[in-house]
Design a protein around this ligand. Structure first.
Ligand SMILES: Nc1ncnc2c1ncn2[C@@H]1O[C@H](COP(=O)(O)OP(=O)(O)OP(=O)(O)O)[C@@H](O)[C@H]1O
Ligand SMILES: [Mg+2]
Length: 265
């Protein structure tokens, strides 16, 4: 993997922090991270998320990434194994030489649907099974990527219609499963996932969405002002503010280096 510039690596490291392995009672565990990226279309959500996901794999914090990406004509993870659904993954299996990043894209031309729920259910299954081969259970950390969280939520946006996604958000840490999600529609994205996040990024957003997130997530005033941007109508494209649950806000409006944003395109 090409080297990520130092300043970007520091951001990614903070997001990944809960998934760094720790030793407890003689076994090595990792709690996984839960990361939400909010922002309008083309604001840079996927670019940040991709750098985080590939870094998690490169660091060994996750063994495999499962990406639910049925959004567009072009895949969000071009450097991944593209599959229509989980059934195709089971038929094919993991093969030597695979980048361990699997995109589940559905296949509209053949009426093959793929829900976020089935991808999350696969991650849950892998996490629960671990690597023990019937003996001692050892973690098999995964990272599940939900490219549009609103699609896994009920129409009102208050809850999840995808119980396995909810399980990953609430229980996944117990088996080392990480969950990351992006959304253009914060009001339509399930609160269970948003409120369980260990890290969240806020890119360019509509004022109404900013107010909604500020209230739901109880964001500090100075941070909300930063997210409103210099003219009050949102941050410029590719800029974001980062919240992590392990410390106070750093007071910085971040922007990834172009090389990082484009590294995995
Ligand atoms: N820091 C950056 N510097 C330069 N270009 C960037 C940066 N961040 C993102 N971009 C570029 O902006 C474009 C849109 O970014 P990205 O795909 O991450 O947006 P997105 O928020 O995921 O959009 P969508 O909601 O439509 O999926 C990409 O072509 C990407 O290369
Ligand atoms: Mg995107």
């Amino acid at each position: 993997m090409a080297r990520i510039v130092e300043s970007d690596w520091r951001i990614i490291e903070r997001i990944l922090a809960p998934s760094a392995p720790i030793e407890k009672h003689g076994i090595v565990i990792n709690e996984g991270f839960r990361f939400c990226a909010f922002g309008k279309t083309k604001s840079g959500k996927t670019s940040l998320m991709r750098a985080v996901v590939y870094s998690a794999i490169a660091m060994g914090y996750a063994r495999i990434a499962l990406v639910h990406d049925t959004k567009g004509i072009f895949p969000e993870y071009p450097h991944s194994v593209m599959l229509p659904n989980v059934a195709a993954f089971r038929r094919r299996g993991m093969q030597g030489g695979d980048i361990p990043v699997y995109s589940f894209r559905g296949d509209p031309r053949h009426d093959v649907q793929c829900t976020a729920e089935e991808v999350a259910a696969l991650a849950k299954e892998l996490g629960q099974k671990g690597t023990g081969d019937g003996g001692l259970w050892l973690p098999y950390p995964t990272v599940t990527v939900i490219e549009e969280l609103a699609e896994a939520s009920t129409a009102s946006g208050k809850n999840l219609k995808a119980p396995a996604v909810g399980w990953l958000a609430a229980q996944g840490r117990k088996v080392g499963n990480s969950l990351v999600a992006t959304t253009q529609r914060p009001k339509k994205a399930a609160e269970d996932v948003i409120t369980q996040a260990s890290a969240s990024s806020f890119g360019r957003l509509e004022p109404a969405d900013i107010n909604y997130l500020a209230e739901r997530m109880d964001l500090p005033g100075a941070m909300v002002d930063a997210i409103r941007g210099p003219d009050g109508d949102g941050l410029p494209m590719h800029r974001f503010v980062l919240r992590t649950d392990d410390g106070p806000w750093d007071g910085i409006v971040h922007c990834l280096d172009k090389s990082t944003a484009q590294m995995f395109e």
